[in-house]
Design a protein around this ligand. Structure first.
Ligand SMILES: [Fe+2]
Length: 317
């Protein structure tokens, strides 16, 4: 039986895990076609199971990229601080040169506090009280080698802690602030920056995943200025401890990009780092990102994230 309707996105996903704990490559799907509800649900379930999904060889137009993202919910502007593409304000284009000029070691960027080096590991946009739910990144120009991205499973990072440390972090909150990395994007050559910031939010250190109910170590190294209620050296020691935990190699997957590859991650349950080697290669690398709007994270004790400076992250209808 045939239909005259527009061809729907195929609903039979081929899911190939890349590690036992995080990352799966999805094939048997054409993301340029509009997604039906069943397929969107399948992708969402796979995403919550594997934390980050990879789709190879998906030559999408910007419009098709946006349509794919919108099937998972309203999209945010490209970034709270830096502007998106003029014709598509939801799309944030990143070139490798941007990363090099915004390297955390660049002492020319004025910072309120000394940078700490956690090799670029972060969760997207947690200096906002409602960071995005999902991030979707597409490879536009990909170097022959270099420019890989890593993701880490933050549910596993929580599970791997001892019970006493789990009990400690269950009851803590942290202040997340715009860093030199973010603020530099509102500087020279970025006249169309959305807002200069600063932004700050208070988040639970452990969040309950809104879909799966899991406890997630909601820890964003380099963006957390301090842990609320601790003495400064206690706060810094715990930050260093947790940074080591979330970057344990056994919790991570590393993705070798290819042209037109798409990576989609659950920003509620992962941290990522990439490109990790931008200081060492000079080949062109361009990616485009869109983000699906999220809600206010919830802690195990009922604490809801709140705005400290700035406002909530909006959506583009
Ligand atoms: Fe990111």
């Amino acid at each position: 039986m045939t239909s005259a309707a527009a061809p729907a996105l195929q609903s039979s996903l081929d899911i190939r895990p890349l590690t036992p704990v995080i990352g799966a490559e999805i094939s048997g799907i054409d993301l340029s076609r509009s997604a039906d509800a069943a397929t969107t649900l399948q992708i969402t379930e796979a995403l919550h199971r594997w934390r980050v999904l990879f789709f190879r060889s998906q030559p999408l137009t910007d419009e098709q990229f946006l349509a794919f993202g919108r099937s998972f919910g309203p999209l945010t502007p490209a970034h709270p601080i830096s502007a998106g593409l003029s014709e598509h304000p939801e799309i944030w284009e990143r070139a490798a040169t941007d990363y090099r000029t915004r390297h955390v070691h660049d002492r020319s960027i004025p910072v309120a506090r000394p940078p700490r080096d956690y090799q670029g590991w972060h969760i997207d946009i947690t200096f906002m009280a409602n960071p995005n739910r999902y991030s979707i990144l597409r490879g536009v120009r990909i170097p022959a080698y270099g420019g890989d991205t890593l993701w880490s499973n933050l549910a596993l990072a929580y599970q791997g802690l001892s019970r006493p440390v789990q009990a400690l972090v269950d009851g803590l909150t942290a202040v997340h602030r715009t860093s030199a990395y973010d603020s530099a994007d509102a500087g020279a050559g970025k006249a169309s920056a959305a807002r200069p910031g600063p932004f700050a939010a208070q988040h639970p250190l452990v969040r309950i995943h809104p879909a799966t109910g899991e406890k997630i170590l909601f820890f964003n190294p380099g963006v957390i200025s301090h842990i609320v209620g601790l003495k400064e050296r206690e706060s810094q020691a715990l930050i260093d401890l947790l940074a080591g935990e979330i970057t344990r190699p056994e919790y991570t997957v590393r993705f070798r990009w290819s042209l037109d590859a798409v990576a989609m991650w659950d920003n509620q349950a992962t941290a990522h780092a990439g490109p990790i080697d931008y200081a060492h290669f000079d080949q062109p690398r361009v990616v485009r990102r869109i983000t699906v709007a999220g809600d206010l994270p919830l802690g195990p004790d009922g604490f809801r994230s709140r705005v400290l400076e700035g406002e909530l992250f909006g959506v583009i209808p």
